[in-house]
Design a protein around this ligand. Structure first.
Ligand code: ADP
Ligand code: MG
Ligand code: MG
Length: 210
């Protein structure tokens, strides 16, 4: 298995599928601690990414992610649009013009995505945001790339599993950033919608390689 442009396009396609499938769930999560639009925003954004991919097929994984970044930035809106736009743009930056991404390359891309989200949103781990999915995912991907063999699937899986665990771990947290922070203590007991959608994105990266 190699992470080439076909993988990248399939990843974005599976992201769009996941956002459509989980649209209502993400809306419900955002209804509890936000303004109910996260599922709608993400579904619309990734559908637009699919349209752009069809219009102008990218030549490299980096080009695919850059196209996704630009589209998410302009179509998702709210807090998540610029955050995901920055994440995909930074990840694309680590890939450059490479035709294939290796285990260390995937770890670098996830780390850059995390760093971009932190630079843009200024949230720290534990603030009950999407950082709580991306930070453990970046750490897990790096650990898997450092210790593992040349098999990239295990690095994709490590990132997805860590993101999923990180999203679940937002349940008891009190939000300190974003709209949910307006609720203070009442934000506890609900999963952060952006952490949930982030876990879907990183799980889709596994699906595209399977
Ligand atoms: P909005 O809150 O503008 O309606 P969305 O509902 O699309 O935007 O996205 C909300 C998600 O954005 C939250 O669940 C959280 O994960 C993420 N988020 C909000 N603010 C920040 C921030 N400062 N840093 C990181 N993530 C954030
Ligand atoms: Mg919202
Ligand atoms: Mg909103």
């Amino acid at each position: 298995m190699v992470l080439d442009v076909n993988w990248a396009v399939k990843w974005l396609t599976l992201c769009a599928q996941a956002m459509a499938e989980h649209r209502v769930e993400l809306i419900e999560l955002d209804r509890a601690i936000g303004d109910s639009d996260h599922g709608e925003n993400m579904d619309r954004g990734f559908q637009a990414v699919l349209d752009k991919l069809a219009e102008a097929p990218p030549a490299t994984p980096g080009a695919a992610l850059k196209l996704a970044a630009m589209t998410l930035m302009s179509k998702v809106g709210g807090a998540a649009g610029p955050l995901y736009g920055t994440a995909f743009l930074r990840a694309a930056g680590t890939m450059g013009d490479a035709a294939e991404i290796d285990p260390a390359g995937w770890a670098a891309a996830v780390s850059a995505a995390r760093d971009g989200i932190v630079a843009r949103g200024k949230a720290e781990p534990g603030d009950k945001t999407m950082v709580d999915a991306w930070a453990p995912a970046a750490d897990a991907a790096k650990a898997a790339a450092d210790t593992g063999g040349p098999e990239v699937l295990s690095v994709l899986v490590a990132a997805a599993e860590a993101a999923e665990a990180g999203a679940v771990a937002t349940d008891p947290l009190v939000a300190r950033k974003g709209r949910a922070s307006y609720l203070g203590e009442r934000s506890a007991g609900h999963r952060d919608p952006g952490a949930a959608s982030s876990a879907l994105i990183l799980r889709a990266a596994v699906g595209a390689a399977a």
